[in-house]
Design a protein around this ligand. Structure first.
Ligand code: UTP
Length: 297
């Protein structure tokens, strides 16, 4: 493995997919704008970036995704309206959304896959390491998963992808990492050297039960790997295929991060995330818990 260390300042948030698993809700609105309690999914992801020390966020959008740019833009009329009615707290909340971090946007003309979406951000990322966070996966933990990966990258100079244990019978829903244990302080058994990555294997063909979770910190060399990746399943350029190349040529860690993820891009995952986040809400979490108890048979 060759190591090259630099601070991780940028993050790419691919948000140009069609969201077909969530139709019809996503017919005319971006999946990434669906709210979990009171915030759109992508705001949780942006907040994770900010909490991880990211300074520049590059969002990959496409047709029909303007609501994402509007959400993170300033909104002077709304702020004035709230202030004039004495709703200072809400006005401040709205203002903070656009002031959180520096945003840039680039458009993926056609949804040609997650790998292609990341490649679209090449010019904006430049020659430095960067994080990738899927716009529909939330990991609402106090110690952000992205920060954990940034720490691994900045200490070793080798890219890292977040993995978590998934049920054996569900490996066909995930990219699965085949990793060789590479324990070292302070990460211990959480750190594995990636030998191979397999996209959605059947349970009896899966090399492990470590599913790829939707958080990555990658060196800029991954762009060359993406350039050399031909379209795979569904005619899409898969990020997993490029990461396999990266693992072979430069090296890559799989890191069993601490935390819980929700794939809110499908209906059941979205409902689970909504219930868990509502239960944690300081304002009405207890009332909501009491309400759910009433529903029990
Ligand atoms: P998904 O596969 O979950 O998103 O990609 P999708 O294609 O929109 O969803 P379904 O399967 O049709 O329901 C993970 C993330 O990558 C983005 C998506 O917007 C999502 O946030 N993505 C995916 C792109 O930006 N471009 C693509 O071509 C594909």
């Amino acid at each position: 493995m060759t190591a090259k260390t630099k601070r991780v300042r940028k993050a790419v948030l691919p948000a140009a997919g069609l969201g077909t698993r969530f139709l019809p809700a996503t017919k005319a609105q971006p999946k990434e704008m669906l709210p979990i309690v009171d915030k759109p999914l992508i705001q949780y992801v942006v907040e994770e970036c900010v909490a991880s020390g990211i300074e520049n966020i590059i969002i990959v959008t496409g047709r029909g995704k303007n609501a994402i740019e509007d959400h993170f833009d300033s909104s002077p009329e709304l702020e004035r309206f709230l202030e004039e009615r004495g709703k200072k707290e809400q006005a401040e909340q709205v203002r903070q959304i656009s002031n959180m971090v520096h945003f840039s946007y680039t458009r993926q003309k056609e949804p040609l896959g997650l790998g292609h979406a990341v490649l679209t951000a090449r010019e904006l990322v430049g020659d430095e390491p960067f994080a990738v966070l899927l716009g529909d996966v939330i990991i609402p933990d106090r110690r952000p998963a992205t920060q954990q990966l940034v720490e691994v990258y900045e200490a070793t100079g080798i890219g890292a992808i977040a993995v978590e244990e998934v049920p054996r019978e569900k490996t066909h829903l995930y990219g699965i990492a085949d990793g060789e244990p590479a324990p070292q302080p302070p990460w211990g058994a959480r750190l594995l050297r990636v030998r191979n990555l397999v996209e959605k294997p059947k349970p009896d063909e899966a090399p492990s039960n470590l599913g790829i979770t939707g958080r990555y910190v990658l060196p800029p060399e991954v762009f060359d790997c993406l350039e050399r990746t031909s379209p795979g399943s569904g005619g899409e350029i898969q990020l997993t295929d490029a990461l396999r190349l990266l693992a072979q040529e430069i090296g890559l860690w799989a890191y069993i991060y601490e935390g819980t993820s929700y794939d809110a891009g499908d209906k059941l995952g979205f409902l689970k995330a909504t219930v868990e986040m509502a239960l944690k809400n300081p304002e009405f979490g207890e009332d909501f818990r009491a309400y759910l108890r009433l529903l029990k048979p």
